[in-house]
Design a protein around this ligand. Sequence first.
Ligand code: T4K
Length: 398
Amino acid sequence: MSAAGRRLPALLGGARAFVRDIPVGQMYFPTWERYEAAMRGIFEREWYTNHGPLAREAEERVADVLGVRHALCVTNGTIGLMMAAKALELRGRVITSAFTFVATAQALTWAGLTPVFCDVSPVTHHMTVETAAAVLDESVCAVHPTNIWGGTCRPAEFEAFGAENGLAVYFDSAQAFGCRVGGRAVGSFGALEVFSFHATKILGTAEGGCVTTNDDELAERLRNIRSGYGTRAKVAVPVTSNGRFSEAQAALCLLALDDLEERTAHNRAIRSSYVSGMAGIPGIRVVDPPDADPSNEQYAVVQVDEESFGLNRDALVRALKAEGINARRYFFPGAHRTPPYDESAPPPGELPNVEHICRTVLQLPVGALVDYEDARVIADLVSDFHADAERLREAAGG
Ligand code: T4K
């Protein structure tokens, strides 16, 4: 304890607040009994993959939950994005957000397309039709917004923007499974949407993902691209791959779907604990998931104003890590500054909001390994860090 009765931050030599490192992602593990029962079924059927019964059931349930005609489960979100770019038969340049996980851009490059990075709103952290319009020219064939933080980019506005400008529109919704906007589930917008079912996501299948569409012909093309064999090849495709979803992934998917509401509510409670616990801390803003009702509560995002808080974001992350809280800097340094895009990154003044957000945002733990009380402890720690900012600044070098 310090003189004022506060805990001594671990970075200054105090005891860690959490013995075990707490990650930011969901880390959903069903009970062993439920998992074992699902695996027994796979063993009894002696059927591991190639669109087995659990994969078919998972696809039906996902389509049902999202209110969309087709849900194609795939090996992971990245392969879903790669397949999507090929299935849409795009050529040229594609506008996307610079503030995204680099897989969004990598999938475009893999498909022979060139990402054109645009800025985002300083409030919602999402690209907008205005920031997209600012980089639109005749070489652009598509717009590919991301839905992040459990919020959305207002996808209906992008549908209209695409129609006005003759552009294909499809979404990276890797972080948005279970979000709704304007009464519609994310998953039914644009030509198609792509989700990630990575272990860190709200619907986690270890690795996994899904492509959703209401377009029957596009769905058929995607099925043929997903696997070069075992499909009916009703439509010609430019290239095939192996993006199959195994029965083990599908088993986890079905269990995770059963628990989705409960897990979302759990995260919502955690975020409310952060909101109330950090309400009075100068320079700390818990970001509301924008334009989603409801949000899937995928992340608890905090933005730091260094001047008011006393520490910059990186120093805060270091102080939290010393306590066993594995806060993350998604997305740092931004897709446009990640190889290979860093070589042709626009000068800092061109994407001012992305540059600022990349320097000031962090994610705090949500998910199965934390609860409401843990979030309160974390909020109290952040408050203590503010009070000890001067000493921490020296120790953290920020
Ligand atoms: N588009 C967007 C907008 C995305 O956010 C993503 C993925 C994609 C596309 C591509 O989808 P996928 O191909 O991944 O399906 C993580 C995730 O790997 C990635 O899925 C996610 N976005 C990205 C934002 O974050 P890392 O490199 O930060 O993950 P990693 O391994 O450091 O894990 C995060 C934390 O969780 C660490 O504290 C360790 C802990 N952890 C992780 C795993 C896998 C565990 O405790 N247990 C585990 O099993 O990328």
